[in-house]
Write a protein that binds this ligand. Structure first.
Ligand SMILES: NC(=O)c1ccc[n+]([C@@H]2O[C@H](COP(=O)([O-])OP(=O)(O)OC[C@H]3O[C@@H](n4cnc5c(N)ncnc54)[C@H](OP(=O)(O)O)[C@@H]3O)[C@@H](O)[C@H]2O)c1
Length: 335
């Protein structure tokens, strides 16, 4: 079971994303509250020490579940949240990312989770990739919260490479959370940049998007065949493929099911052989601006400490478009 640094903490690389615990479209309470609590407790009991959440999951639902399930928290548990949007009464996803709103978002998380400080909070951006005065003001609000001890680390989500480079020039960033999976590798340059800087890279949507019949990961014949040949599940192939890419990849697959949780954690123990890695590499292209020497050197993955020169101009990251992926629905952004 391997671990990687997440700010001040060392966390198991297999964590848990709590978004799926809310009701449909991440809005409202779960159909079965006891089952949701059971998933969180099973995660903690299985040694998960990295849980991803947000006050706007529900809203005000998932953080309450985490608190009710796990408070008082184990000392080694890193709860990571994100700020930058809110939900209204109809479930619409609205920006909430002015500096004072970011501060209010952080304070809301602290209250609901009943903690004095969070391991990290991601500044969740709309995906326009812009480096401008507004971005600097948002970063300043996050840094102020860290300086005052409300958060131990600043993270960034839905960012461009340019934004990451700009941010790290001014302050420490502990994690980056962007969409990335076997069939969508557009964030590969970000992953490499994070690796070279010792920043945790936390892919959301690790099992592919969209869900169901159109899921390009779980319905990939290549993934299915590799899973069948190795005697594991397609989900485990998808998760292990991410884990083997680089040591700074931290997984947070989301599920409302204890059995799925266990299946996901067991992906750590899967061995993807050379044949599987070669075949999986061909499921989707690497982006043109991926650092080719490292990212394409599978099955060996990216050598630690070798971030390579990346082409400029990497912009907005991929954005699943569904209410379930409420966090990345930039269409609702007001400005
Ligand atoms: N920063 C951002 O903007 C952002 C955006 C989206 C998500 N996130 C975070 O990233 C986490 C992961 O992303 P995600 O939850 O959207 O996507 P995901 O982890 O790729 O997929 C979750 C979906 O896969 C299913 N699933 C999970 N394990 C399974 C298994 N073993 N077998 C079959 N189905 C399985 C879940 O259904 P079941 O409940 O039935 O298992 C759920 O429908 C979220 O929970 C959230 O914490 C962040």
């Amino acid at each position: 079971m391997s671990a990687f640094r997440l700010g001040r903490m060392q966390v198991r690389r297999s964590g848990y994303g709590a978004m799926q615990l809310a009701g449909p479209f991440v809005f409202g309470p779960p159909a079965d509250r006891a089952a949701a609590i059971a998933v969180l407790r099973a995660a903690a009991a299985a040694g998960v020490n990295h849980i991803d959440t947000a006050q706007y999951y529900g809203p005000d639902v998932v953080n309450d579940l985490i608190r009710d399930a796990l408070y008082p928290y184990p000392a080694e548990l890193a709860i990571v949240s994100k700020v930058g949007v809110r939900r209204d009464d109809t479930g619409a996803v609205l920006p909430f990312d002015d500096p004072d709103q970011l501060r209010a978002g952080i304070e809301g998380n602290l209250r609901s989770l009943r903690v004095g400080r969070l391991a990290a909070v991601n500044l969740r951006l709309p995906g326009d990739g812009r480096v401008d005065a507004r971005f600097d003001d948002q970063l300043a609000a996050m840094v102020a919260a860290r300086d005052e001890g409300l958060i131990a680390g600043v993270g960034l989500s839905n960012i461009s490479l340019e934004q990451l480079r700009h941010a790290v020039a001014g302050t420490d960033i502990v994690c980056v959370q962007n969409l990335f999976h076997l069939a969508d590798r557009r964030a590969a340059p970000l992953l490499a940049e994070c690796l070279s800087r010792g920043i945790a890279f936390v892919p959301f949507g690790p099992l592919g998007w969209p869900r169901g019949q159109q899921n390009p990961v779980l319905n990939s014949p290549v993934v299915a065949q590799a899973a069948a040949r190795l005697g594991v599940t397609p989900v485990q192939v998808a998760l292990k493929w991410l884990l083997q890419l680089a040591p700074n990849v931290l997984l947070i697959p989301g599920t409302g099911s204890v059995s799925h949780l266990r299946e996901n954690l067991a992906a750590e123990d899967v061995t993807l052989d050379e044949e599987a890695l070669r075949q999986l590499d061909a499921v989707a292209p690497w982006p043109d601006d991926a650092p080719s020497s490292e990212m394409r050197s599978l099955p060996h993955g990216i050598p630690p400490g070798q971030g390579s020169p990346l082409s400029p101009g990497e912009r907005a990251r991929s954005e699943p478009r569904s209410p379930k992926h409420c966090e990345v629905s930039s269409a609702t952004r007001a400005r």
